[in-house]
Design a protein around this ligand. Structure first.
Ligand SMILES: [Mn+2]
Length: 228
């Protein structure tokens, strides 16, 4: 039996992702889920998407989900005119490498981002980028909530008693380990791998790792950011 593994927010850190995949020694027997936010902020959004597109194409047991950054990119692409879209991608998202020479999103990235589901339900887990707004009648149909919510209360009935694994909110490393140790029903796996320097909100000394969680052994395998 292969392992069931989950990796959270990568944000353009392709070297760190490659190193983590080597460290976990991913093979075709494993099932590998990604929690979204592959792009923006980091140095190599296109590199991260290339790795994911390659994995998804070659391994039927690789399941990338959408994050709010992929969703925002698709919305901007749909809603903005060419100049505004270019400004958004270059200056706000900082992912100019996703564009072709004409300033449009490269087709392979557009196609990939459009293909991403918002959550995955396993026998014993829900996997989702941000969480579920259980105050809603159908939280599993609420894309904005699943991709953006920051705090939410666990609802045993709606979550069917399953543990929820999320990313989205940078969480200090000792807190991630504590949630796992205490068998919490919500486990936040995002250690903010992009935060490697002093920051006005976050304590960067407790962040900066890209984490992979083994759903069966509860083991955490992490790689410190090597992209900058
Ligand atoms: Mn996010």
């Amino acid at each position: 039996m292969g392992r069931r593994l989950v990796i959270s927010d990568i944000h353009g850190c392709s070297k760190t992702l490659k190193a983590l995949l080597q460290k976990i020694n991913f093979t075709e027997d494993d099932t590998l889920y990604f929690l979204g936010d592959y792009i923006d902020r980091g140095p190599d959004s296109s590199g991260v998407l290339d790795i994911l597109i390659h994995l998804k194409k070659n391994y039927p047991s690789v399941f990338p989900l959408s994050g709010n950054h992929e969703y925002q990119m698709l919305e901007a692409q749909k809603d903005y005119n060419d100049a505004s879209f270019y400004y958004f991608v270059k200056n706000l998202a900082k992912s100019k490498d996703l564009l072709n020479k004409k300033g449009k999103l490269r087709k392979k990235y557009l196609k990939f981002m459009k293909s991403l589901p918002y959550f995955a339900e396993l026998d014993d887990y829900f996997l989702v980028h941000a969480g579920f707004d259980f105050r809603k009648k159908d939280p599993f149909n609420d894309a904005v909530g699943m991709l953006n919510i920051r705090t939410f209360k666990y609802d045993k009935k709606k979550a069917k008693g399953k543990t929820i694994i999320t990313g989205h909110c940078p969480t200090e490393f000792h807190k991630i380990k504590k949630q796992i140790r205490k068998n919490k029903k919500i486990i936040r796996l995002d250690n903010g791998c992009i935060y490697t320097k002093p920051h006005k909100i976050y304590d960067y000394t407790k962040l900066g790792k890209l984490c992979c969680f083994n759903l069966d052994t509860k083991e955490l395998i992490c790689k410190k950011n090597i992209d900058h």
